[in-house]
Design a protein around this ligand. Structure first.
Ligand SMILES: CN(C)C(=N)NCCC[C@H](N)C(=O)O
Length: 264
């Protein structure tokens, strides 16, 4: 099925502050390489037949390329992000403004801190929601009320996996892949209970952000370095589409972070 993704070209991308353990401002990052890799991701989606819309990047917001953090859109309802760190705070209104000026009317400015699809992942009958590093658990209840979908709270415990989408991705509407050790014991139990047939990733695949992947139910767009996970996905019948995004990983992001799905 064709998907609709919102992306933001990394024209102002830089690693100039550290708000997660992947970021080293001393080492920085190469913007030209990041742009080339991001263009590769964008054309991958287009070649798979998906629709890509673009939001204009804003100077002074070097992390704005990570569009997944900008909102959560389910059934045409747009739940806006409210960022944890002041460095990214201005992105929330910029994404909301994009949605309102592109014809979306069911738009909610969040009362509670949340980082959009970074911490909310949507399946057919529920939304999985992360907390522990960024998103306030109160935002899970706010999203449930606004979207009218059950929201299941999961606690993240490893700072390398500071957003839910660094440790888990939906394979389709009813199953997931995830790295259990990124979650509290209780949340691991919840995930085992909900998804007995999940793909369980190794630490080697998780530390190259292999779980920051985007599946349309048939194809999985995934970081090239996550080779073990790719093999298991192929064994399960998915078509694996590896992409090279190492420069963006220097800011703590992968394919999913660059991709905000607009669900009509
Ligand atoms: C899953 N998503 C969207 C992400 N993990 N986003 C990457 C955000 C990176 C940024 N430097 C930050 O720390 O906010």
């Amino acid at each position: 099925m064709t998907r609709h993704y919102l992306m933001c070209r990394p024209d102002h991308f830089a690693v100039e502050y550290a708000i997660n353990p992947w970021m080293d401002p001393e080492a920085g990052a190469d913007r030209e390489v990041a742009i080339r890799q991001w263009e590769g991701l964008r054309s991958t989606y287009e070649e798979l037949g998906h629709r890509v819309s673009l939001i204009d990047p804003v100077e002074g917001l070097p992390d704005m390329v990570f569009a997944a953090n900008g909102a959560l859109v389910v059934g045409g309802r747009v739940y806006g992000a409210r960022f944890t760190h002041p460095e990214r705070a201005a992105e929330g209104p910029a994404y909301l403004e994009w949605f309102t000026s592109n014809g979306h009317t069911a738009v909610r400015e969040a009362a509670f801190t949340n980082e959009g699809e970074g911490d909310f992942l949507t399946l057919d009958h529920l939304v999985l929601a992360g907390t522990g590093f960024r998103t306030d658990v109160a935002a899970h209840g706010e999203a449930q009320e606004f979207l009218g979908r059950p929201v299941v709270s999961l606690r993240l415990v490893d700072p390398r996996f500071y957003h839910l989408d660094t440790a888990l991705f939906p394979l389709n509407g009813h199953n997931i892949a995830y790295f259990p050790e990124a979650f509290s014991p209780g949340s691991q139990e919840v995930l085992r209970h909900l998804f007995p047939d999940a793909v369980v990733a190794t630490e080697d695949d998780a530390v190259v952000l292999g779980l920051n992947a985007v599946s349309d139910g048939t194809h999985v767009v995934i970081n090239a370095e996550a080779t073990g996970l790719q093999l298991e996905l192929k064994r399960r019948g998915f078509e694996v589409v590896p992409v090279e995004l190492a420069e963006l990983r220097k800011a703590g992001g992968g394919p999913k972070c660059c991709t905000l799905e607009i669900r009509g």
